[in-house]
Write a protein that binds this ligand. Structure first.
Ligand SMILES: Cc1cc2nc3c(=O)[nH]c(=O)nc-3n(C[C@H](O)[C@H](O)[C@H](O)COP(=O)(O)OP(=O)(O)OC[C@H]3O[C@@H](n4cnc5c(N)ncnc54)[C@H](O)[C@@H]3O)c2cc1C
Length: 267
């Protein structure tokens, strides 16, 4: 059967943050139609692409000619020609072990259309933005912040990032620098595992973010009229956060149903 795709993008750089976390930049051959911060691209490799050393074998046999494709949020500035991704290795996954074996100059597939509704487009610009994530769920917020938010508005922007270990705090320096530069920006990194060297908060990100002490420190009252909440990453964290927010009068945006909670589930 004829191939229905061609590799159409080149890896420009890979940066390993840990053995399991990578920032990868890709340059598509053709100019993309642009994207809105928060959207995702579908990328892929064929089954014959090698798997990274650290990974486990494929769970099921993979056709060497078949394109394995998955969606990934974009973390780069929407005006950049290069598209950046923040990737977690799923050891026995089909695609990520192959992505983690890529080197600068390698070729890959990227779907020409970038899509997704997890964006700031419909959010009134006076509302506080609570950007909650676990792991690589931070990616869409990096694109939003890098592309530009109107800081002149009297609104607060909070990035709450939950990870297991301190070394998993990708983009930490950039977010800490932003916090120093913008008095209305708050960066809340939270570890779910205890660590003697960690001076920050520990626990489940959604519990820490919504506890009274944290809300008082940021100066948030948690109200659907004033706050808009984005939640991205691990589905159980998303579910737990939704339950807390619903008890405060927030509603999830679904289809045409209005609300103040935007969700992007990674699996
Ligand atoms: C809209 C959207 C955007 C996404 N953006 C990103 C992103 O920016 N970065 C990213 O790393 N992933 C992202 N994902 C997840 C990604 O699409 C893949 O599901 C993931 O990379 C696993 O692919 P795989 O083929 O290696 O594993 P598969 O063989 O497809 O195995 C899937 C299993 O891997 C686990 N898993 C999936 N994603 C993760 C993860 N991020 N961390 C830990 N375990 C996971 C789950 O248990 C899931 O059931 C996104 C998913 C969606 C729907």
């Amino acid at each position: 059967m004829a191939k229905t795709f061609e590799y159409n993008a080149t890896v420009v750089s890979t940066l390993m943050l840990t053995d399991y976390l990578m920032v990868m930049s890709v340059r598509p051959d053709a100019t993309m139609g642009g994207f809105v911060p928060g959207q995702y691209a579908t990328i892929g490799l064929t089954g014959d692409a090698p798997r990274a050393q650290l990974s486990k074998p494929d769970k099921q046999p993979v056709d060497p000619a078949q394109l394995i494709r998955r969606p990934y949020s974009i973390s780069s500035n929407a005006t950049s020609d290069e598209i950046e991704f923040y990737l977690a290795l799923v050891e026995d996954g089909a695609l990520t072990p192959r992505l983690f074996a890529l080197q600068t100059g390698d070729r890959m597939y990227m779907a020409p259309k970038i899509v997704g509704k997890f964006t700031l487009e419909e959010v009134a610009d006076h509302k506080n933005l609570i950007l909650l994530s676990t792991g690589t769920g931070l990616a869409p917020y990096m694109s939003m912040l890098r592309t530009g938010v109107d800081w002149s508005k009297n609104r607060k922007i909070i990035v709450a990032h939950g990870v297991r270990h301190e070394e998993d705090l990708g983009y930490r320096e950039e977010l800490e620098a932003l916090e120093k530069a913008q008095s209305n920006f708050f960066y809340l990194p939270v570890l779910s595992r205890q660590s003697s060297s960690w001076k920050g908060k520990t626990g489940y990100i959604q519990n820490v973010l919504f506890e009274k002490e944290t809300l008082d420190q940021i100066g948030l009252s948690l109200s659907p009229e004033k706050d808009e909440v984005f939640i991205c990453g691990n589905p159980s964290m998303i579910q737990a956060a939704i339950e807390t927010l619903q008890s405060k009068g927030f509603a999830v945006i679904k289809g045409r149903n209005p609300g103040q909670i935007h969700i992007e589930e990674y699996w």
